[in-house]
Design a protein around this ligand. Sequence first.
Ligand code: SAJ
Length: 418
Amino acid sequence: MTRIGTVAVIGLGYIGLPTAAILATNGLDVIGVDVSRRTVDAVNEGRVPFVEPDLGIHVAGAVSQGRLKATTETPSADVFIVAVPTPFLEDKSADLGYIEAAARGIAPVLQGGELVILESTSPPGATRHLGDYIIALRPDLSLDGAGGKPAVLFAHCPERVLPGKVMIELVTNDRIVGGLTPQAAELAKELYSVFCQGEILLTDDVTAEMAKLVENSYRDVNIAFANELSVVSEKLGINVWELIRLANHHPRVNILQPGPGVGGHCIAVDPWFIVAAAPEETRLIRAARNVNDDKPSWVLQKVRDAHAELDGEGEIAILGLAFKANIDDLRESPSVDIARSIAQVLPSVQINVAEPHIERMPPTLEDMKNVSLVSVDDAVSKSSVVVVLVDHDAVKALSPQALMGKVVVDTKGVFSAS
Ligand code: SAJ
């Protein structure tokens, strides 16, 4: 049993809403806060404004039980969970603007004794910054009870769930909790124990912040290795998918898969926070980022070559815009950039884009006159060059006959893996 009664979750996005819903279905009273009226209305009607398997049923259940409500104003609560975006700025350092905006909402409602948890992916020092920022707004409170002022507890508990598997991983993943004080970490552990069946590991705030960044950088560096191998293999005239499959038979080798680049709001972003914190010491992390960021232009060149092979004749199919398979999330997706670049460099060629998870073209492609959104089957049948950017199930379901006679640029190894 927990002493925590009410939890306010600030930011009802891909992480905040699932967290709010799972806390509510486990018996806590949860108030979700979002700046978007549309999101707030959707949640209050028990609806989810984005695609995530099993989330809908949790939100609908929590709302109908009266445990989950949404609002645009931050209410008072025992615990505040901040789950807002941390994009990067021009210089690749983290933009803490959304965290500060959340802090300005929380500060006036504090009484002392509350716990504020930062879940947003954050550069080292962000949790301390959040604490200092709130105490600067509320000098009658403190971080540690000094001067007899009531303390507010602060902890960082990075989310590490995989989009597409959020409702499972929220429950099964181990969690890292870093407190500004040990007491803060203990109380945060109590909260997560309500639904988390994994281990809850306690540490300090900066180590917790770095743990999250390091996990995603580890992945980025390894994907960069696979992407570099795909470029090398092309030069050597060998099949990279076969190469990786064979090498992975070694008991201590596990190479990841190449692709059109690295997308999403995490792996392509978080390594930069480490680079910004230690620019001189991060040669490998920076190089990996650059390798992955360069992959879309390599793909663009391959598409141009393929189209030139056909004497510039025929339409081009682009299969997939999402940043990975079977989701609708286009954020930081290299596929969107590739589609736009192809449409720009080949303005007289009709580009048939198929993305089965969206109904409207994203704003970056909307204004392109030679681009239309069609079904996977239509895109393929109309086109002579087929560019596979995402290994959606709907793309994998294409029959080899449908591709017969077409030039295929397969960045995911869906049709060229053997
Ligand atoms: N990708 C490859 N090759 C691979 C694996 C992935 O090119 O072998 C690409 C994907 O196509 C995609 C990108 O990398 O464009 C990232 O996809 P992902 O599935 O590896 O990861 P994300 O961004 O969906 O989620 C990651 C996860 N982090 C790790 O696996 C270490 C997740 O656990 C985190 O919670 C999430 O980032 C986050 O929010 O930070």
